[in-house]
Design a protein around this ligand. Sequence first.
Ligand code: SAM
Length: 321
Amino acid sequence: DDLIEEDESPVRWFRANTLKTSKAKVLKEFSHLERVYNITDIKKGTIFYDEFIPNLFGVHPREKITTSDAYLKGRIIIQDRSSCFPAFILDPKPGVDKVIDACAAPGNKTTHLACILENSSRSVIAFEKDNQRARTLKKMCTIAGGLECISIQHADFTSTNPDDFPEITAMLVDPSCSGSGIFGRAYEENDTDNKENNPYNEERLDKLSNFQFAIVKHGMLFPNLRRLVYSTCSIYPQEDERVALRLLRDEDLKKRGWKLSNQNRVISKWPRRGEVEEFSNCSDPEACAGACIRSLPKVDGGIGFFAVLFERDPNMEAADS
Ligand code: SAM
C-alpha cells in the first residue's frame, strides 16, 4: 500500500490557500500526521513543510487528501512543488503590481498569484482561450475564494492589444507544451516502441516552441511590464532554454530592454538550474543558465519542470523612446 507506482509522484504536494487559511492552521488540521523535517522521511502518516516554497506541504502519495474537508472547501490546493515555482519567482507585490496570467486554466498558478498578492482587489487578469477549461478556471478560482482579486477573461491572449493594459507590471506565461515532464510522458528521441504516444517528435516540438516563443514575445510587448516568468512542464530544451535564448536574442525585445534575470532572484538555493551548454554562445552561459530553474521528474520530488525569469531595464525604455 505504501509503495509508489512508476507513474506517480514520490510526494503529493499541497499548498495552504492563504486566502482561506494559514501554515499554522493547516498543520493543526493535519495534526494527526507526524511532522518530518527531511523530504526523504516522508512516508504514510507524515507531513513535511517545504524549504523552498512558503506554505507548501508534502505527504505520501497514498495519504487521503482529496476527501479531507480542507481540500473540499478549498483551504488547501493540490499543486506539484515545481508548479509553484513560477508565481513565487514572479514575486508580485500586493497593492503595487498588476499581473496577467496569460495561459491560466485550470488555475493553480492563478490562485497562487492571488495568495501572494494577498487577494488585493482586481490584481490578476487570467486569460484562457478554451471554453471548457475557462469554466474549470472559474470553478477553481471560486473554490479558492479568489474572485475579488482575479478577473477571468475567456479569450485568446495573443489577440489582446498590449497598449490596452498600461497597468500591467508582471506576467506569467505557462503555455501548452509537450508535457514531457509529467510521469510516463517523456520519451527519448530514439524510442520507437511507443511511437503513437511519443511526444518527442521534432516536428511537433518545432510547432510547440514557435507557439511558445510567439506567446511570450506578445507578453513582452506590454508597455509597462517589468517582470515575466515563462514556464513549461517539459524537460526538452527545445521548449525550455532554446525558447528563452530565442527571446533573449530577439532584436525588438532587446531594444525594449528585456534581459534574463539573475540566479539570486530565481530560488537561488534550488540546485538544478538551466542547461549551461544551451547558452554556450552567450557571453556568460553560467549566468544565463542561473536565471533558469529546472526540476527532473521523480528525482526532484515531483514532475519535470522549467521556469525562467526575464526582467526589463526601465532605462532602456527611455533610450528606445
Ligand atoms: N497555468 C495553468 C495552471 O497552472 O493551472 C496551466 C496552463 S496549461 C499548461 C496551458 C493553458 O493555456 C491551456 O489551458 C490552454 O488552453 C491555454 N492556452 C493556450 N493558448 C492560449 C492562448 N493563446 N490564450 C489563452 N490561453 C491559451
